[in-house]
Design a protein around this ligand. Structure first.
Ligand SMILES: [Zn+2]
Length: 635
């Protein structure tokens, strides 16, 4: 016992000593980098996806001593913004963590804003879903009661994360599985850790064959705090709102959401060991790849996947942050994700990273023209629509990595999307045609100074909220999801006509869609629902009509109220009451040319008609005999 204690103390001291001698990460800025400079940086093995920030000052990077040496050797000029990044992160976290915990508790009482789908016409939402929301500001997501910050600069350690998964299961055993080994062959990480997944669904311990599946992963790069913390926030939010929020209840009942919160648990454990207060900068796994300085051993798991592995934007140098390994899928951590993925049929995947404020999607490791020539469908239309909706409020830049940053081959997204036929480098893709993203969770450009791999703890929940829309929509889009669009004016001018709606099918799982319209106000004498819509293809919008007749006694400005409900095969997606107003174009009419003033009740003068008309032959006047005398009083 003593021996074990002593050796673990020694190990600890040793790690701390290594750490203090190698405070070797700096935040630097390269002013106005040219395209050539960016390409050179990429060729040097710098990661330009997760930690690169481009702002008005230039390109900001967080680099190790080794990397800086390479930048210097190429004659690229830079300024150092933060000399000792680990210390900076740890000091900031230590200073702000107590306040952040306090603020988080205070936020747990905030209110939930309601969604709407037509600013003028929706009077009451009966069954809401966030995809329909079209307010000016993002929904004010109430902080889940159980969401909390971790001990490591606000981030959970490996053991704290696993304890959270256990707590979720103990509080919500009917909708979240026991944490389970993600490897179908019980493979472990290099250092022998189990990679866990959980499933959120009804019947959570069973994989129900017909339920659409969505996958979320985090901590592939083990210093990217928000890639884990946003998932914990989202998971608690779903669990706590199941049963009270009908859309979340339906989502959980009819779909399966899978989470691998920590892909690279060895890397995270290492960061905990060397920088227990946060600020550890181990990104890769813990493979010994040579005489590297602290944090720079290892293989970049997000460059170790098969499809177009080694095609560019990854390094052959063992100490580089983007070292891809000697062959694809050389690492147990990437093998575990591969095998888990192949065991399922995920429709959409969000492989979370941080902190570039971007929504990157495959393909990122190969020139689009090469894929087009090979007949690979890059699904850009679907990505464009989904990205637009997912980033509507957080304003993340979006697109394929090749456009947003630089080529980075061997990444998870490309392999998950890729066909089962190998390209010019690497191996085949998964052959599942799954749409996959890398959300780069950040605090937004306005909070750049508080952001970073280890964001200010005060910002961790904000960053998590910024990911909520993308997380929810990934689930909706995986399933039988459609949106309803009200295409009719709020003014109804005729006693009969059509209420027109658009049904926009945005899901990846086939379904019929039914729009049911039901009268509420008694001035509607008939209202017919459109027919069931079948065979819709993703992104298709069909316009449908609901013919109506109004009671002839309806008065101008009377409210016409009815209910709309959009359903898929599983049940309601959205339901709301709609109010229109009867505003006939002609309120009343009378022809004085024929009738004179016989239809009018005259008072206060001698009303009649005159031939002095603006148009036609007669006009109505209160002095038919001619002009008044001067200075005459009339009432
Ligand atoms: Zn990353």
């Amino acid at each position: 016992m003593k021996k074990i204690l002593l050796s673990s103390i020694l190990l600890c001291l040793c790690l701390q000593a290594t750490y203090s001698q190698n405070l070797n990460y700096k935040r630097i800025i390269i002013n106005a980098p040219s395209h050539d400079v960016i390409h050179t940086l990429s060729d040097l093995g710098m990661d330009l996806t997760c930690g690169a920030v481009i702002n008005s000052q230039g390109l900001q990077l967080e680099l190790s001593k080794d990397e800086l040496k390479r930048v210097k050797n190429k004659g690229i000029a830079y300024n150092v913004l933060i000399d000792d990044l680990t210390k900076y992160y740890a000091d900031r976290a230590t200073k702000n963590l107590p306040n952040a915990i306090q603020e988080l508790e205070a936020q747990k009482t905030s209110l939930h804003a309601k969604a709407g789908f037509g600013k003028t016409s929706v009077s009451n939402i009966l069954f809401d879903n966030i995809g329909q929301y079209n307010g000016c500001d993002e929904i004010n997501w109430p902080t889940p009661t159980n969401f909390k910050l971790g001990s490591m600069g606000g981030c959970f350690t490996v053991s704290e994360t696993l304890a959270e998964l256990d707590l979720m299961r103990s509080l919500y055993p009917n909708i979240i599985s026991v944490k389970t080994n993600a490897s179908p062959t019980n493979q472990t990480t290099l250092e022998g850790r189990t990679t866990y997944y959980v499933r959120i669904s009804d019947n959570p311990d069973i994989d129900e064959a017909n339920e659409p599946e969505t996958l979320y992963t985090g901590m592939t790069h083990s210093r990217e705090v928000s890639s884990l913390m946003n998932l914990m926030y989202y998971m608690w939010y779903i669990l706590e709102n199941y049963g009270s929020d009908p859309a979340i209840t339906s989502l959980v009942n009819n779909q399966e959401l899978y989470f691998i919160p920590i892909v690279n648990s060895d890397g995270l454990a290492y960061n905990e060991a060397v920088a227990p207060n946060g600020g550890g900068l181990q990104r890769k796994n813990r493979r010994d790849t040579g005489a590297c300085s602290t944090y720079t051993d290892g293989i970049d798991l997000n460059r170790n996947f098969g499809y177009y592995w080694g095609n560019g934007g990854s390094s052959t140098s063992g100490c580089s942050e983007t070292y891809r390994g000697t062959t694809y899928f050389s690492e147990p951590e990437s093998q575990i994700v591969r095998d888990f993925f192949l065991d399922h049929d995920f429709k959409l995947v969000l492989n979370h990273h941080s902190f570039k404020n971007a929504m990157l999607h495959g393909y990122a490791g190969v020139d689009p023209a090469t894929l087009d020539a090979a007949g690979v469908d890059r699904r850009e239309d679907e990505f464009a629509k989904y990205n637009h909706d997912m980033t509507h409020f957080n304003r993340y830049a979006y697109g394929p990595s090749t456009q947003i940053s630089a080529l980075n081959s061997g990444n998870m997204n490309d392999w998950m999307m890729g066909p089962a036929v190998a390209g010019s480098t690497g191996g085949p893709g998964a052959g599942k045609d799954t749409m996959a993203w890398t959300p780069e969770n950040g605090g937004g450009s306005e909070a750049a100074s508080s952001s970073g791999f280890w964001p200010n703890p005060l910002l961790i929940d904000d960053i998590a909220r910024r990911a909520m829309r993308a997380n929810f929509l990934a689930a909706y889009f995986s399933g039988k999801y459609a949106k309803i669009i009200d295409l009719s004016s709020s003014n109804v001018t005729d006693l009969s006509g059509n209420f027109n709606f658009g049904i926009e099918y945005l899901g990846q799982t086939d379904s019929d869609f039914t729009l049911t319209v039901t009268p509420i106000s008694s001035n509607i004498t008939s209202l017919t629902s459109p027919s069931v819509q079948s065979g819709m293809v993703t992104l298709e919008q069909r316009n449908v009509s609901a013919p109506f007749t109004l009671n002839a006694s309806i008065q101008p400005n009377d409210a016409i109220e009815f209910k709309v409900a959009l359903s898929n095969d599983d049940g309601i997606l959205y339901e709301a009451n709609i109010i229109k107003y009867y505003t006939p174009t002609i309120l009343f009419e009378d022809d004085e040319e024929t009738n004179g003033i016989s239809n009018w009740t005259a008072s206060g003068g001698s009303w009649g008609t005159t031939s002095d008309a603006f148009s036609g032959t007669l006009a109505i006047t209160d002095s038919p005999a001619g002009p008044y005398n001067n200075n005459e009083s009339k009432t």
